[in-house]
Design a protein around this ligand. Structure first.
Ligand code: PMP
Length: 426
């Protein structure tokens, strides 16, 4: 049966980790921010498929849109570059992006959006170098892998795409130094790094925009995780009012049902890359712009609007971060909560008092991240709340919930965290 197959996956290393926080379960049902097990117990999902289910799982509006699309007998000119729904979705997305972006390219995933951006940047600037950030994440195919900020992902898969170089995130001196040779095609960067929810200083992105312009480099914001309302704005770059040359998107855009990705870009980039008399096919892939992805995208944007999910994410996120930070002084090992909207990290640190410090050191020596597992495991087991250990030091409990969290959910999270942290402190 299907469930036997599910059991076979339990040998996989990833699932061994997920087992500790409950993601290996045979959940029977899912709706919105909740998962239900075979016995009907309700769980609060604070990861939402790593941000894919921004509107919640199985949203009825998205399901209806998909069902309707299947009955319309649309011509479905896959591969032929013509689709009514992609035109509509492009128009809606471009109404949300900074006003310098007025063209859309669709693909099937986040990593494909990154691959496209690398090609578009090289072709447009006639330069080859791509700059990225340490501890960043842009995907795992050969182009995006070359931009992965953790060396471990590349081990055994070389040689890598040449001419890619890393600089520290949130470091303007390093950025200017790297750009000043005037041979960098693009700087590809997450507005907030997903890995540890690293939020840059407020002057970082305005300066990134200025420096990229100064040295002729394209500024590419990878909003695969931060986009579509996640941070309490439609795009995270809105927090700093900057205008990237390209915005990359995927994940939440199709409500979690259909693979989708996209690149919003300037007309100049689109025209340079695609308006060529010598070639019909420049870049693309068979299923990009397929009707199901586009219909799901349109429905997802409708849900974001009608349910005020972006405003909700901003408010509930601020509440959660504020409440946790208010109790940070109480517990030596609780450093801070940070993030924007519903992209939140709760960071833990080695405590000062001797006995706790020794316990911490022992746990960390046994397994990086074990301390944070002491939070996530009881969160799941005692409070039925699902979260993740993350950060490059594995010292962070990360929350990336659906954007529709209610006041009741907020109290559920805060109560569970409070109790778990207090119990761990003893
Ligand atoms: N960029 C960012 C910022 C991401 O978070 C991810 C996925 N975690 C990707 C790119 C890759 O997206 P995908 O898994 O759809 O290829």
């Amino acid at each position: 049966s299907k469930f036997d197959l599910h059991e076979q996956y339990l040998n996989n290393q990833m699932v061994r980790v997920l087992r500790t926080i409950g993601y290996d379960r045979n959940y029977k049902r899912a709706l919105g921010q909740y998962l239900y097990d075979q016995e009907g117990n309700e769980y609060l999902d604070l990861l939402s498929g790593f941000g894919v289910f921004a509107v919640g799982r199985n949203h009825p509006t998205v399901i209806s849109a998909l069902q309707e699309t299947l009955t319309l007998e649309l011509p479905n000119l896959v591969q032929m570059d013509v689709s009514l729904l992609s035109g509509l979705l492009a128009k809606e997305i471009l109404a949300t992006t900074p006003d310098n972006l007025d063209k859309m390219f669709f693909c099937n995933s986040g990593t494909e959006a990154v691959e496209a951006a690398i090609k578009f940047a090289r072709y447009t600037t006639k330069r080859t170098k791509i700059l990225y950030c340490e501890h960043g994440y842009h995907g795992l195919t050969m182009g995006s892998l070359a931009l992965n900020g953790e060396e471990i992902f590349r081990e055994g898969f070389g040689p890598m795409l040449p001419d890619c170089a890393a600089i520290p995130f949130n470091d303007l001196v390093a950025l200017e130094q790297a750009l000043s040779s005037k041979d960098v095609a693009a700087f590809i960067v997450e507005p907030i790094q997903g890995k540890g929810v690293n939020v840059p200083d407020d002057n970082y992105f305005p300066e990134v925009e200025r420096l990229c312009k100064k040295y002729g480099t394209l500024f590419v914001a990878d909003e695969v995780q931060t986009g579509i309302g996640r941070t309490g704005k439609f795009w995270a770059v809105e927090h700093w009012q900057v205008k990237p040359d390209m915005i990359l998107m995927a994940k939440a855009l199709s409500g979690g049902f259909v693979p989708v990705g996209g690149v919003a870009m300037t007309s100049k980039i689109m025209d340079t890359v695609f308006n060529r008399m010598d070639r019909a096919v420049v870049h693309g892939s068979t299923f990009s712009k397929n009707n199901m992805a586009m219909a799901a995208g349109l429905a997802t944007l409708e849900v974001l609007r009608t349910e005020n999910l972006i405003q909700n994410a901003a408010k509930v996120g601020e509440d959660i971060i504020g409440t946790i930070n208010a109790s940070a002084g109480q517990y030596e090992f609780l450093k801070e909560a940070r993030g924007k909207g519903l992209m939140i990290a709760i960071e833990f640190q080695s405590p000062k008092s001797l006995s706790l410090k020794a316990a911490w050191a022992m746990l960390e020596a046994a397994n990086k991240g074990l301390f944070c597992q002491m939070i996530t495991i009881p969160l799941f087991k005692e409070h039925r709340v699902l979260s993740q250990v993350a950060g490059h030091g594995m010292n962070v409990v990360k929350l990336l919930p659906p954007l529709n969290l209610t006041p009741k959910d907020r109290d559920w999270v805060i109560g569970a965290l409070d109790k778990t942290i207090a119990d761990t402190h003893q």
